[in-house]
Design a protein around this ligand. Structure first.
Ligand code: NAP
Length: 246
């Protein structure tokens, strides 16, 4: 299988590359940090059939699309590159419009920039999987994660539409909604992260969900059920709970 992983230089993306590294698989790893990608390639080189690196900023859509045009065929596209705002540099902690725009460019628009180039190849093949890495945060918005949550909620809507449009073309669309998993992204969080998973554990669950063609896979289950329950509550009650957590 030929697998493209975006955001492969750290965290979930790097671990996905490790778990897919086998003699049957060809990997294409994409991110900005060239040194990290080459380090990973050196680590996995002997285990995989082939491993290519694409150094690209997913928000530089023109250059990104030019680079993607070199891909002849692909079986699984894992759209994993993503950012959160962490702690805003703004003293009043109001994210700037530039931060907002960049986050949406990475977490949402870049996925369409990639699929605009690669989807026609999957349609032509009449096969393939598109994997979106959304988040449980897409189901529940906290004051500190409102922009991240809204980008991931938009991603859910986009993934759903892509699924309906292309399911008759033999393309499987898988939307993954993880809770907290150890990575550079969660290392920035200074609050208690419930049900935090080790990277390897979190990613092996994602790999299994992809193998099983799960349409939507939200995990860990207990965290997902708590969020589902909170969403059933009347909004005034939910607001009270959010304020007490905050
Ligand atoms: N960890 C969690 O708890 C968690 C939970 C739910 C969802 N997620 C999602 O999982 C995905 C991976 O996150 P992670 O936790 O593994 O965080 P991470 O370690 O910070 O990895 C983020 C990856 O995205 C890449 N990236 C960011 N901006 C980019 C850009 N402009 N161009 C190209 N690549 C870019 C980074 O590579 P470069 O910096 O080298 O470009 C890096 O490889 C994200 O979509 C995140 O929202 C994570």
């Amino acid at each position: 299988m030929k697998i493209l992983i975006t955001g492969a230089s750290s965290g979930l993306g790097a671990e996905l590359a490790r778990q897919y590294a086998s003699a049957e698989n060809e990997l294409i790893l994409l991110a900005r940090r060239e040194d990290k990608l080459f380090e990973l390639r050196n680590e996995l080189y002997e285990k995989v059939k082939n491993i290519d690196i694409i150094v690209a900023d997913v928000t530089d859509f023109v250059s990104l699309q030019e680079k993607l045009k070199t891909i002849v065929c692909v079986d699984i596209i894992i759209l994993n590159a993503g950012v959160s705002l962490g702690h805003s540099s703004n003293p009043q902690n109001i994210p700037t419009i530039d931060e907002f725009q960049n986050l949406f460019n990475v977490n949402i628009l870049s996925n369409h920039a990639i699929l605009e180039i690669l989807l026609p190849k999957l349609v032509e093949q009449k096969s393939g999987k598109i994997v979106f890495i959304s988040s449980l945060a897409s189901l529940f918005s906290m004051p500190s994660s409102k922009i991240y949550s809204s980008s991931k909620r938009a991603l859910n809507a986009y993934a759903e539409g892509i699924r309906y449009k292309y399911n008759s073309d033999g393309i499987k669309v898988i939307n993954i909604l993880p809770g907290f998993i150890k990575s550079e992204l969660t290392d920035k969080n200074d609050f208690n992260m419930p049900f935090l998973l080790e990277t390897q554990d979190g990613v092996s669950r994602i790999v299994k969900a992809i193998a099983n063609n799960r349409r939507i896979y939200a995990f860990p289950l207990r965290f997902y059920l708590i969020i589902r329950f909170l969403n059933l509550l009347p909004s005034f009650l939910r607001e009270k709970i959010v304020n007490s957590i905050n």
